[in-house]
Design a protein around this ligand. Structure first.
Ligand code: ADP
Ligand code: ZN
Length: 797
């Protein structure tokens, strides 16, 4: 038998199956989708590989044999193997990288160097145990490394590279009683009067015949007493496989379906009817914040579970709050597996195994949960579908939405994209009837209404000599809520932090003369630069618009704001949530719990507070600086600002108490701010589409980004201009090239980055051209020059 293997060597030359010989002892166990250890290149080098095919033909003796299998069952099923083909095709990644991305990281190969004894008569043999190999680290710690290197040259030992299997299963040691309860008294008779502990053990064994060893330890019985019990034939130890359950200390109270309102009911019925017809439709569930999208998801899933199907729901990492997990766990209990980055590697692996063994039927997780090995999927949901975190920023640069739609087709099941502020791409597809649009236009809680939103012009505050981070009106409202014991959420927008300059008198931000975009401040070169066309100019000393001299680098830190806030409101209990306060595992949960239990009055934080919070007592939301994202040199900056403002506003007034929102801005007339105030997504969509149409951006164009990096700027620039020329020669004149220009942060870790963006509508030759560019760049890797391709990039800088 022969096997086709994709090996763990991520290069273009090795990005194809290699054929190996399957030794007889493996022929019975080997299956497609398993991980194996194989020799590669230099024969003492062993690496990990994935079996992608088996051929039942006579073995060619020249082929190298597979060393061993690393799994007892396939870790990639047929569906995931096919999905990897699709990913490779659309993201220009290596197959091996796709495979590794699909699995928990503990399954990624780790390599171990071992010394193996060849000359058994050499005196060094005393160091070798029966296995005849010694780990490199062991030899090193014995201080024998130099000697072993010499022995290797003399062919006494050889060096071998082997694959380490890290996916360890956790077991718990159990004590199992062998005592027949009817014979308890006769057993006790055999125990000496003074051996009190032995008597206690025997009694416990009869009362609790199978318990984890920790139970007996807690009763004061030591290991040696238990071992005596084994010797006396009273008990045996048993290793029982255990899951590392991150939620084991939590109890979830069972909740039941709420009575749906008409719109929710309509949505659930439409989706379920599509599911029954196995149509693999994609639904865009456009529902205002608090409209009860989650309840729609929960009831759709409940119906499909009752039909014996499984379900998957993706949420952005930062929205995977304890609240969201709780809503799923309390509805579906043990059937839920949760996958997110807060789990340890072991916990993630265990959740993955629960899914793989069909013990969990509902998966809730962040981006990579899209690879969960669920079978018989009934629905795939992507909540907050507009979130940029669904796109992976490193290879393979996939978008979870695309993979969800692929899997939906495979399983003939519906896909639901949910959002209060859908991405323009998705909303445009719904307009063209590629997706089916479902609307939820009311808040689900019958007593709740959308909050009222007020915009404060910070330029006026400045004129009134208020230089504080907090406008007068916001200060008044905070005072009011503190007195009423209602809660406050304050957002400090950190995106685009300090990367632009602005006039404090008139709010003017320097634009590019050639593009509809503001210039970015580059402190390293002390210049203002356009990231789209490359235009560059000096940092102005006076405002080109009003002539004022109060030009400022913009941006402020959360800690500073907290101090200012505390000084203004000494009695307020403030919790802060940003990257600094949430670094430790579980910190995020703790802060939200404190706030949820009303042990704090004000939650001050960055973007991470904008999503998923559903607390009834929040009646005031303040956005301290709405503009920073607006000034980022990216055509999506209006869209992102609108989304953020809408999301964070949506935290207010979700129950009986009415909510209010204050948005502080230097650009009160910008359409993203005006329409966020009106909470009018549909109008924002119309307006923004017009602008995209005029300036030729997605969704009117497809885009691809080609990036290149090298320690020397000349080298990377030369390569990029050469690529640009190649692109120009192949593509039609309708396509537009932006660049090549230096990337947003031109130098990262002492490497220069250049980029080229292609905007196109139809280019049948593009795929082939991009492959060609990648292939040609292979030889450059030896010169430390790397080229990468990002299909439909979400970041243009
Ligand atoms: P969204 O995800 O659309 O922002 P949620 O699903 O969080 O909204 O719902 C907002 C609030 O409304 C939640 O507290 C939820 O329990 C409640 N809710 C949802 N559906 C109903 C319903 N049909 N009747 C009453 N309350 C509901
Ligand atoms: Zn420009």
């Amino acid at each position: 038998m022969l096997a086709e293997i994709i090996v763990d060597v991520p290069t273009m030359q090795t990005d194809q199956p290699f054929t190996y010989f399957v030794p007889d002892k493996l022929a019975e166990v080997i299956e497609v989708g398993m991980r194996v250890e194989v020799p590669f290149g230099n024969s003492d080098r062993h690496i990990q590989g994935f079996v992608t095919g088996l051929l039942d033909t006579e073995a060619e003796t020249t082929l190298k044999p597979i060393i061993r299998t690393l799994d007892l069952a396939p870790v990639l099923n047929q569906e995931l193997l096919q999905l990897a083909d699709y990913m490779k095709e659309t993201t220009f990644a290596f197959k091996i990288t796709c495979f590794q991305t699909m699995l928990p990281s503990v399954m990624k190969a780790e390599y171990q160097k071992n010394f193996v004894l060849i000359d058994r008569n050499h005196p060094i043999h005393t160091y070798f145990s029966e296995s005849e190999s010694l780990a490199w680290q062991e030899v090193e710690s014995l201080g024998l490394l130099n000697q072993f290197k010499k022995l290797r040259a003399e062919n006494v030992v050889e060096l071998q590279y082997v694959v380490k299997n890290k996916n360890k299963v956790k077991t718990i040691r159990y004590v199992k009683s062998l005592i027949n309860p009817d014979r308890l008294s006769s057993v006790i008779e055999t125990i000496k009067k003074t051996a009190k502990r032995q008597k206690q053990l025997v009694e416990l064994l009869v009362e609790h015949p199978t318990q984890p060893i920790s139970f007996y330890k807690e009763q004061g019985l030591t290991t040696s007493i238990l071992n005596q019990g084994v010797d006396n034939g009273w008990l045996v130890f048993e290793e029982v496989e255990a899951y590392r359950d991150p939620y084991k200390h939590r109890t979830f109270e069972q909740t039941h379906s709420l009575a749906l309102n008409n719109e929710q009911q309509q949505a659930v019925e439409t989706i379920l009817s599509s599911a029954t017809q196995e149509k693999s439709d994609v639904f865009l569930l456009e529902g205002i914040t608090g409209s009860g999208k989650t309840e729609v998801y929960l009831q759709t899933i409940a119906s499909l579970l009752a039909q014996g199907k499984t379900a998957m729901m993706l949420v952005p990492e930062i929205a995977l709050t304890p609240q969201m997990v709780e809503r799923f766990k309390s509805r579906f209990g043990e059937a839920v597996a949760v996958l997110h980055s807060g789990l340890s590697y072991g916990e993630k692996y265990d959740e993955w195994r629960k899914i793989e063994r069909k013990e969990a039927q509902v998966v809730v997780g962040a981006r990579s949960a899209i690879f969960a090995p669920l079978e018989n999927i009934g629905v795939i949901i992507i909540d907050e579908e507009h979130e940029a975190s669904y796109k992976q920023e490193e290879a393979p640069r996939y978008h979870a939405r695309d993979l969800a739609i692929w899997r939906g087709k495979y399983h003939h099941c519906p896909v639901i994209l949910g959002s209060a502020t859908p991405s323009l791409e998705s909303r445009a597809r719904a307009q063209k009837k590629v997706y089916h649009l479902l609307h939820l236009s009311q808040r689900a809680n019958p007593n709740a209404t959308l909050p009222s939103v007020q915009v404060v012009d910070l330029k006026d505050e400045f004129v009134q000599k208020n230089t504080s981070t907090f406008s007068r009106i916001l200060q008044e409202k905070i005072t009011d809520r503190l007195a009423k014991k209602e809660q406050i959420v304050l957002l400090l927008n950190r995106r685009g932090y300090s990367s632009f300059v602005m006039c404090r008198d008139c709010g003017y931000v320097l634009p590019c003369p050639n593009c509809d975009i503001s210039l970015t401040l580059h402190m390293d070169t002390k210049t203002m630069r356009c990231h789209y066309c490359g235009h560059e100019e000096a940092i102005p000393h006076r405002c080109p618009d009003c002539g004022g001299n109060k030009i400022r680098y913009y941006g402020t830190g959360t800690q500073k704001v907290e101090e200012e806030l505390q000084a203004l409101f000494p009695e307020a209990r403030i919790v802060r949530m940003d990257v600094d306060t949430t670094r430790r595992k579980g910190a995020h949960e703790k802060i939200l719990q404190t706030f949820g239990e009303q042990k704090a009055d004000i939650l001050l934080g960055t973007q991470m507070i904008a999503k998923g919070l559903d607390f009834p007592n929040i009646t005031l939301v303040g956005v301290l600086n709405a503009d920073t994202a607006l000034n980022l040199p990216d055509f999506r900056s209006s869209e992102r600002t609108f989304q953020l403002l809408t999301q964070v506003s949506g935290r207010a007034g979700r129950a009986e108490k009415a909510g209010e929102v204050i948005i502080q801005t230097f650009n009160p007339d910008h359409h993203a701010i005006v329409l966020a105030q009106a909470q009018d997504y549909e109008q924002f969509y119309q307006k923004e589409m017009q602008m995209r149409h005029q300036s030729g951006y997605p969704p009117y164009y497809f885009t691809v980004k080609i990036s290149c990096s090298h320690p020397e700027e000349q080298v990377v620039a030369k390569k990029m201009f050469q690529i640009a020329q190649q692109v120009r020669q192949t593509l039609s004149p309708q396509s537009i090239l932006l660049g090549p220009i230096p990337s947003g942060v031109a130098r990262v870790k002492n490497r220069y980055h250049y980029q080229l963006i292609i905007k196109y509508k139809r280019e049948p030759l593009l795929q082939g051209l991009l492959r060609e560019i990648l292939e040609e760049s292979q030889k450059d890797q030896r010169k430390n020059l790397y080229v990468s391709i990002d299909n439909e990039p979400l970041n243009f800088i």
